[in-house]
Design a protein around this ligand. Sequence first.
Ligand code: PDD
Length: 288
Amino acid sequence: MIPGMPGDSLVYLNGEFTRADQAKISVLDRGFIFGDGIYEVVPAYRGKAFRMAEHFKRLERSLAAIRIPMPMDRAALTAVIDRLIASAAGPACIVYLQITRGVYKRDHAFPAQPITPTVFAMVTPLVLPSAKQREQGVAVVSIEDERWLHCEIKSVSLLGNVLARQQAVEAGVDEVIQYRDGLLTEGSSSNIWVVRDGKLLAPPKNNLILEGIRYGLMAELAEEAGVSFEARPIPRAEVESADEVLVTSATKEVLPVTRIDGKPVGDGKPGPVYRLLRAGYDARIAAL
Ligand code: PDD
């Protein structure tokens, strides 16, 4: 029994496909003991993975950053991901892929001898943003970013993100907006965008944010739509007085943020830049 998830859904673990409720890892897996691993979340529509090449690049960057060797080549991983996607019902799904350093006696330092990384993948339905979220936007609360200084690594050590997201749940909103030293970073599990005077702004790609797969995509969509884009530090005051604020992630896709800390963003309604970028995003999905 897995609370909240069907036990018979297909998962992949270390070379084998099995039911989710049958897959078992060692209690000494370093992912379990230390959060010593990385992950990816890949959306798929109508049986096709979205932006797979970009996910591979980020996966390889994350592995390199924490010095875990790539345990499988792209072709083998693609075969796993495709089989999971093919097993999923419904129009859209999410593949979760996790690679940890592997199993060894508990010791903070890397194992003294080479060990085999643990590779796990599962598929779950993608609950698409609702019509209400798309048409009326979502609400967020702002909080201090208390996470570590390597947010660019898609690490499974997510306690800071977990505690941040719980603050959103307890405030009855969809997400948080985090600030570090008065500058915008990102959501608990999403990137945040600001529109001022028709221009799209994002915090720079550095160690303080995860470069979402939608980061590069939004820049492309902005260019196609004739919206200028700039990555630069964004002070809190510029977020609070923005014309529009947007949130992006694999699961949120692109959504307008229309309330921050109970106050309306701009006129409190989704704005024109959101509409252009949302249309571009939908067109990319349709063209898959
Ligand atoms: N989270 N920033 C953080 C901290 C994230 O966890 C995510 C994604 C993003 C957006 O990245 P992308 O566009 O690649 O989804 C930004 C995923 C969805 C998750 O942890 O479930």
